[in-house]
Design a protein around this ligand. Structure first.
Ligand SMILES: C[S@@+](CC[C@H](N)C(=O)[O-])C[C@H]1O[C@@H](n2cnc3c(N)ncnc32)[C@H](O)[C@@H]1O
Length: 272
């Protein structure tokens, strides 16, 4: 049993490593417990690039949210949003479009506690504590219907969230249900880890995550494209995340552009 910090909500199980809090640890955040850090260190022993992976994912988030806001999207549904960290979606979106609204959704109690506390005085962003695998419940919730207008285009964001939805939970059906709930002109943006490049390391990481709150499913490029069926993909399609419209002003890539070390795809689609 580890000691519970004062900020941890009473109902949080601090002894079971959480995927959300392990990711917070990779990003250098402070909302994680000893059990999270221990399992994250085990993951980093077999996957030393985890921190770069997480940072590249957040950089993609900034690029794509800025792009979509500049295209006129002013409603964002961030599914599996995680524990709030630097460069949150609502901040990035508002910088590009002052009217943008963001609804965060996560099932992790620490993400919810911190998210709702952070947003208490922020009128243009809210946090819904829910399971993204139940799209009907999410889109019909009072938190969503009272805040986002689904008769107008929105952006559905799934950054590193679908790896925590196993095949038996029908990720295609989940993506399709969100697509069906949104108006034409709506977007989807996602990132997803893959075992395409280093299958052995990927299998070791999966084994580590068997001890976490959520198991991990890594998917191939072809499989990720299948998840997006029904969307028209923006150029350059499903590609390595660092190659999705890279920022020409970014600092040199810390992994020398070696996409096999990132092992993560990104894609953006639009519903016609
Ligand atoms: C790797 S983190 C990614 C966080 C953030 N989207 C980002 O890209 O920086 C994955 C997040 O998905 C959340 N998650 C996993 N399964 C979920 C589910 N079924 N419903 C809601 N959230 C889920 C986890 O709690 C975690 O916060």
């Amino acid at each position: 049993m580890t000691e519970r910090p004062g900020w941890a909500p009473g109902e949080v199980d601090i002894d079971t490593p959480s995927a959300a809090r392990m990711y917070d640890y990779y990003l250098g955040g402070s909302h994680n417990f000893a059990a999270d850090r221990e399992l994250a260190e085990q993951a980093m022993a077999v996957w030393p690039d985890a921190r770069h992976f997480a940072t590249a994912n957040r950089a993609f988030l900034r690029r794509v949210v800025t792009l979509l806001a500049s295209l006129g999207i002013d409603q964002f549904l961030d599914l599996g949003s995680g524990i709030p960290t630097v460069g949150n979606v609502h901040e990035v979106a508002r910088a590009a479009n002052p009217n943008a609204r963001t609804l965060y959704v996560d099932c992790d109690p620490v993400a919810y506690a911190h998210g709702s506390a952070l947003l208490a005085d922020v009128p243009h962003a809210r946090f819904l504590h829910a399971d993204l695998r139940y799209p009907k419940a999410v889109v019909s919730s009072a938190e969503l219907t009272g805040f986002l207008d689904l008769s107008r285009p929105i952006a559905v964001l799934l950054f590193l969230a679908l790896p925590f939805v196993p095949d038996e939970d029908d990720p295609e059906g989940i993506v399709e249900a969100y697509r069906e709930a949104t108006a034409p002109g709506s977007y989807i943006a996602l990132t997803h880890g893959t075992g395409d490049y280093r299958p052995q390391a990927a299998s070791q990481v999966r084994d580590v995550y068997e001890h976490a709150s959520h198991s991990m499913t890594l998917r191939s490029k072809a499989r990720i494209a299948e998840l997006l069926r029904g969307y028209e993909l923006l150029e350059p399609g499903v590609v390595d995340t660092i190659r999705w419209r890279p920022d020409p002003d970014a600092l040199p890539d810390p992994l020398d552009g070696d996409v096999s070390r990132y092992a993560m795809y990104a894609a953006v689609g639009v519903r016609r």
